[in-house]
Design a protein around this ligand. Structure first.
Ligand SMILES: Cc1cc2nc3c(=O)[nH]c(=O)nc-3n(C[C@H](O)[C@H](O)[C@H](O)COP(=O)(O)OP(=O)(O)OC[C@H]3O[C@@H](n4cnc5c(N)ncnc54)[C@H](O)[C@@H]3O)c2cc1C
Length: 363
């Protein structure tokens, strides 16, 4: 007899429906592998977050059948407009990537996944995992039990899967927030440019027009209180930062739909697998955003993990095939953390020079 709480069997349980989890689920589903995706958020978000896709990731997304949807909403060739102490200094072309909000990448992948017959289960948070010789049992926070042959933890930087597996995230975290972030409207500000204002005093603010919306992604050095503590993001704080660094009278920021703060992490999981459970994307590596490689690296992890899981499901007796994923992706994760840490240092240095900006981290 089945009840609503009866365990459900699947080949792969994917935890988290960010870009990594969705790319993995698409890759598994298109290979005919039974996949289930659980996501703790009650509904999809609309946060710009990771906003750039590089050609390597686009090639993988094309292979999954999601590339054209992303091209249809994204934008190429945005010009970086640089200002220093309020003066327009010059313009710089951007690289070969596509500018697109992370929520739009996720939407494209969710649509593709639905075409492949899989729907994300929202409001479903992984709470525990028990591994056996031939499979594992996961439990959601509402007590529902799920049986799967393999589990993929694609549940982001604060990964529950990583904690449940007891895998340390090794490296360093800066003591203070480096940036406040958000999605806001800025009526009257040109949407032709990614505006980047820097100053002699050292702070700055960036406003990037997000395609398919009327909002900009805002990134700024955070405000501090009288004792040097970072103030949390708010619309009032965003406006004060804009007035201080951009110095464009008459622009009133409005309608924030996402506000967050960010600190520099340079960390890699000690392992990307324990038994039948794997880590991918931010769950396995967190690093500076310079160069915009986080989502791209997660998508590369996802396709590598799909290859490994497909091989393991095809040959259940060949336990060694499970090692292929970590052997390929752990060195890649370590390299991307080292690379993005250097890119970030270059950007921090570059913005002290009038006319320079985030392009210093692009290669
Ligand atoms: C301002 C900014 C700019 C960036 N720019 C870029 C860029 O240009 N290019 C780029 O490639 N990257 C960029 N990044 C990084 C990028 O956002 C991340 O690397 C990316 O989100 C990682 O994707 P993910 O799927 O691994 O994790 P996430 O996007 O964090 O997704 C994890 C998902 O798991 C869910 N989850 C968590 N816990 C559980 C649980 N217990 N059970 C079920 N679900 C759970 C979460 O709700 C979430 O939906 C940027 C980030 C920021 C903040």
């Amino acid at each position: 007899m089945t009840t609503t709480n009866a365990p459900a069997a699947t080949d792969v349980l994917v935890v988290g429906s960010g870009p990594t989890g969705l790319a993995l689920a698409c890759d598994l589903a298109r290979r005919g592998i039974a996949v289930r995706v659980v996501e703790q958020r009650p509904a999809p978000h609309r946060e710009s977050r990771g906003k750039g896709l590089q050609p390597e990731a686009m090639e993988l997304l094309d292979g999954l059948g999601a590339g054209d949807r992303i091209r249809a909403v994204g934008r190429t060739g945005i010009v970086l407009r640089k200002y220093f102490d309020g003066e327009h200094i010059g313009d710089t072309p951007s690289g070969a990537g596509i500018l697109v909000g992370q929520w739009q990448v996720e939407e494209a992948l969710r649509e593709r996944l639905a075409e492949l017959g899989v729907r994300v289960q929202h409001g479903a948070a992984l709470a525990s995992v028990d591994q056996g010789a031939s499979g594992l049992r996961a439990e959601l926070s509402d007590g529902t039990g799920l049986h799967a042959a393999y589990l993929a933890g694609c549940d982001g930087g604060r990964s529950t899967t990583r904690r449940l597996l007891g895998i340390p995230l090794e490296g360093s975290t800066a003591e203070e927030e480096a940036m406040v972030l958000g999605d806001v409207r800025a009526p009257g500000l040109s949407r032709e440019f990614w505006h980047q204002w820097f100053t002699t005093e050292g702070g700055g603010i960036l406003l990037c027009p997000m395609p398919g919306t009327d909002s900009f992604q805002l990134q700024a050095a955070p405000e501090k209180d009288g004792e040097g503590r970072t103030l949390p993001p708010s619309l009032e704080s965003f406006q004060r930062l804009f007035d201080r660094y951009a110095r464009v009278p008459g622009i009133r920021l409005a309608d924030p739909t996402w506000m967050s703060s960010w600190r520099v992490n340079s960390r890699v999981a000690a392992r990307m697998r324990r038994g039948r459970a794997f880590l991918a994307g931010d769950a396995a590596h967190v690093h500076p955003i310079a160069g915009g490689l986080g989502m791209n690296t997660g998508i590369q992890d996802a396709t590598a993990l799909a290859r490994t899981l497909a091989a393991a499901l095809a040959e259940p007796a060949a336990a060694e095939v499970l090692d292929a994923y970590e052997a390929e992706r752990l060195p890649a994760a370590r390299a991307v953390v080292t690379d993005t840490t250097r890119r970030y240092e270059r950007v921090v240095q570059a913005v002290r020079t009038p006319g320079r900006g985030t392009e210093a981290g692009m290669n």
